[in-house]
Design a protein around this ligand. Structure first.
Ligand code: SF4
Ligand code: SF4
Length: 278
């Protein structure tokens, strides 16, 4: 890869991020102005996260990684050496509404995908080294990594917080389970219905949190949602609308671009003997 190619790829990624962040900023402003995300009226059930880690298990779901999460990680490239790994592990994913975006995979999924990538790029020694290095590094920083596990690649059963990227975890992890419609509702004003009428928030499934975490009764009755938490949910919902991969980008697998751009950093990271955990 020449320096020129690298610059071209970086420009490509930056222009995608710029485009997405512009859309995100506009949506967030409008959602704040019209107070679109609200706590469910009468929500009062107390909730104590018991750190069980069920929300980090991706049997039927994954964690969306939004452009704003990527920007947060990119801004920390210099201070946190783990960030290139994060960026190298994003996968294109598709939800039940056919939204195509990017997500953090399970340990099993990354193992399978990278092995497919390795086979696909069998002629490129450089790519083989980078891909194998990412897998090796993840297994090194996550001592409980298991190629058959449905847990998120950054879930470590033995660490105190369980999440190895806790301070940098995606916004979807930060708001769980408050973004469920049982706890926060979406009310689109008439004048914006044309614009956001297609926004669906009708997932009636309860979050996977165990019953014991709802200390005062039935989770269907709601949960205490503070102003701050409500703002976080609004951000998460606005982010969701920027997770769509627009037509121009549908033939592009950003995970490959990210791996390419950060391959040098990833290799440097692998060579370092003492890697600081995030
Ligand atoms: S990033 Fe962290 S909090 Fe989010 S699913 Fe993975 S391990 Fe869990
Ligand atoms: S599933 Fe619920 S209770 Fe368990 S760690 Fe996640 S948020 Fe906490």
């Amino acid at each position: 890869m020449t320096k020129e190619n690298n610059i071209e790829l970086e420009d490509y990624l930056n222009s995608w991020l710029d485009q997405m962040m512009e859309v995100y900023g506009g949506i967030l402003k409008e959602w704040e102005e019209f107070d679109i995300v609200k706590p469910v009226p009468g929500a009062h059930v107390e909730f104590n996260c018991n750190n069980c880690g069920k929300c980090c298990e991706f049997v039927n779901h994954w964690v969306w990684v939004y452009p704003s999460d990527m920007v947060k990680w990119l801004q920390n490239l210099n201070s946190e050496k783990i960030i290139p790994l994060l960026l190298g592990t994003l996968f294109p994913v598709q939800d039940y509404d056919d939204v195509i975006g990017y997500g953090l995979p399970s340990q099993k999924a990354i193992y399978e995908k990278f092995n497919q990538f390795i086979k696909l790029h069998k002629k490129s020694k450089h790519k083989q080294i980078v891909l194998k290095s990412i897998l090796k590094k993840i297994a090194q920083i996550n001592s409980t990594f298991n190629k058959n596990s449905d847990y998120c690649i950054f879930y470590n059963a033995n660490s105190d917080q369980h999440c190895l990227i806790y301070d940098f975890r995606p916004i979807q992890c930060q708001v769980f389970p408050l973004d469920y419609p049982q706890f926060t509702s979406i009310e689109i004003p008439e004048n914006l219905k044309n614009k956001y009428g297609t926004f669906k928030d009708d997932n009636e499934d309860l979050p996977v949190c165990p019953k014991e975490t709802y200390t005062n009764g039935d989770p269907l009755k709601g949960i205490m949602v503070s102003e701050d938490e409500r703002d976080l949910v609004a951000m998460e919902k606005a982010n969701y609308l920027t997770s769509y991969v627009t037509k121009d980008w549908q033939d592009t697998d950003i995970s490959e671009i990210l791996i390419e751009i950060f391959s040098k950093e990833i290799l440097k990271l692998v060579e370092e003997k003492n890697v600081r955990k995030p």
